[in-house]
Design a protein around this ligand. Structure first.
Ligand SMILES: *[C@@H]1O[C@H](CO)[C@@H](O)[C@H](O)[C@H]1NC(C)=O
Ligand SMILES: *[C@@H]1O[C@H](CO)[C@@H](O)[C@H](O)[C@H]1NC(C)=O
Length: 311
């Protein structure tokens, strides 16, 4: 009995422990991710370029401990020509049950910007699920983490999370691309305030039972050592209440989520940032703003310290 009890204790204790599988840092991203030179599926005023073009134009830049991804900030566009050059990168590997930790120093800011760090199965979307870890539009709001699934996946009330739910139906029936989102409770989780604080860490844990997202600002003394440092493994039981919690209570996560890639992108205007451009307090026309104001995009860049994946 004693050894049985010990065994069951050990297996419970191991439940939230994961080992490092992939440590994406600096130049690693040039081989562990591919540049998706595709028409923007969200109709943004961007022209996603391939890796050779992105590195030649310094839209993608790596140093030993940094990956910078930016939109072009020098070219005035012709209204009838292609959109502003930008970058969308996707991990070669796919992940199912895992923890991913994102160290982000700077995220794209500026009117018309719609940056996202997310995990998704693009084929057959939304059948294979999508988790938006960090996403927003026009610097302002909403700064949110969101699940997108096929119909038949909803989130219960009263979840153990520090954020505020904005919608509970993760499936298509909620409307086009709406999903079930949770607003982060702190302003420094997004945009100019995030950048002014030196960014921070986002982390996501996905299992068949739940998806959790956490955020710690750069100066946050409560950031766990296995988030800020490379300790070879993580134990999410020590990370405290998540910012966003998506349990499988009314959603079969095992069937709604498949093999997901990690994607970073930066689009401009489009289905979200363009649609809310005026209601977010920006005047005029979003696409015209993008065409005519290259220098407005000098801070429209990601600076990513690392993405570590644990399984
Ligand atoms: C490329 O971008 C990086 C990151 O912003 C910057 O440090 C570097 O000076 C740029 N290189 C050139 C040639 O402009
Ligand atoms: C983030 O969301 C919270 C809650 O909705 C809001 O109070 C805050 O102003 C937002 N911050 C930004 C930068 O949008």
């Amino acid at each position: 009995m004693r050894s049985l009890a010990l065994l069951s204790f050990v297996s419970t204790a191991l439940a939230a422990t994961y080992s490092l599988s992939d440590n994406h840092v600096g130049p690693d991203f040039l081989t562990s991710f591919t540049h998706e030179a595709i028409p923007d599926p969200t109709s943004g005023r961007v022209n996603y370029v391939d890796q050779a073009t992105a590195t030649a134009q310094n839209l993608t830049f790596t140093s030993p401990d940094s990956l910078v991804l930016r939109a072009d900030a020098t070219t005035t566009l012709t209204p009838t020509g292609p959109g502003r050059n930008s970058v969308r990168i996707k991990s070669v590997k796919t992940y199912t049950t895992h923890v991913s930790v994102y160290d982000i120093r700077h995220m794209p800011q500026g009117l018309s910007t719609w940056p996202a760090a997310w995990e998704v199965q693009e084929d057959g979307w939304p059948a294979g699920g999508e988790v938006d870890i960090l996403e927003g539009a026009n610097d302002v709001a909403p700064n949110q983490s969101t699940l997108h699934t096929a119909a038949g996946c909803t989130m219960p009330d009263g979840r153990a999370e520090t954020g505020t739910p904005v919608s509970e139906d993760c499936g298509d029936s909620a409307g086009p691309n709406l999903g079930c989102g949770v607003h982060a409770p702190t302003t420094n989780s997004y945009g100019t305030a995030f950048n002014a604080a030196g960014g921070g860490w986002y982390a996501m844990e996905r299992t068949p039972d739940f998806v959790k997202v956490w955020f710690w600002s750069r100066g946050d003394a409560s950031v766990p050592a296995d988030v800020s440092g490379n300790t070879g493994s993580v134990d999410t039981d020590n990370w405290g209440e998540p910012t966003a919690y998506f349990p499988n209570t009314d959603c079969n996560l095992a069937s709604h989520f498949g093999q997901n890639n990690i994607i970073f992108d930066l689009t401009l205007c489009g289905d979200w940032a363009g649609a809310v451009y005026n209601s977010d307090g920006c005047s005029g026309d979003c696409v015209t703003y993008v065409n005519e104001n290259p220098s407005a995009f000098s801070n429209a860049y990601w600076d990513i310290g690392f993405v570590r994946v644990y399984e």
